[in-house]
Design a binder for this molecule. Structure first.
Ligand code: SF4
Ligand code: SF4
Length: 112
């Protein structure tokens, strides 16, 4: 097979008619500061869980906004809830609370 320097990616379209974004809406009710996140990535730069894995809170919030909840389920429990990101966020987002409620949303889907 000839390599042209690129490859075909899997389909990344998001169907917003089927995608309810339940996790995002649930967290927003519990911790409205999630809306202040500007995806700067500062929280991910010193993240304890990020040292040992590809975990990133920035990515988790983006996934929640997009409603990609399977990916959240696969990743959110890597967070150690250490709270370092709480001091790092320039927007004052209550990051630890967001992670806590994201974990609760995933654990307890009937509350969504
Ligand atoms: S609370 Fe979680 S996301 Fe924040 S720095 Fe600690 S391990 Fe990383
Ligand atoms: S540091 Fe704050 S604003 Fe930046 S990505 Fe993390 S939560 Fe969002």
């Amino acid at each position: 097979m000839i390599e042209f320097g690129y490859s075909i990616q899997s389909n990344r379209q998001i169907d917003f008619d089927r995608n309810t974004r339940q996790v995002y809406k649930y967290i927003r009710r519990k911790e409205p500061s999630i809306d202040w996140c500007m995806s700067c990535g500062t929280c991910a730069s010193g993240c304890t869980a990020g040292y040992a894995s590809d975990f990133s809170l920035r990515r988790m919030i983006l996934l929640a906004r997009r409603g990609e909840e399977k990916e959240i389920r696969d990743g959110i429990f890597r967070c150690r809830l250490c709270g370092k990101c709480l001091n790092a966020c320039p927007r004052g987002v209550n990051t630890r609370n967001i992670i806590y409620w994201m974990q609760q949303a995933v654990k307890n889907t009937q509350t969504l």
